[in-house]
Write a protein of this length. Structure first.
Length: 84
């Protein structure tokens, strides 16, 4: 049976861009992938951040707890800094 999946060296967790956030301010968080098919912890983290469905956007203040939540679900969300 032929292999249908090939792991590429340029893709994967160690090649993701670093999360560069300022110490204070606000960030816009957009959910770009669904929580379906992921663990209950990831779905609970999305819910705790206030993201209820795919393509939902929220604006939150930056604090250490939020940074920890973003690190858990970085592959499901896009983060951008809000200019005030």
């Amino acid at each position: 049976m032929p292999r249908t999946f090939v792991w590429h060296r340029t893709r994967g967790p160690k090649h993701r861009p670093k999360l560069q956030l300022p110490e204070t301010g606000k960030v816009r968080i957009k959910q770009v992938r669904s929580g379906i098919g992921h663990s209950w912890r990831m779905r609970a983290t999305l819910e705790a951040m206030g993201l209820h469905h795919h393509q939902h956007e929220i604006v939150k203040d930056i604090h250490p707890a939020l940074i920890g939540q973003l690190k858990q679900v970085w592959h499901l969300v896009e983060v951008s800094v809000v200019e005030e």
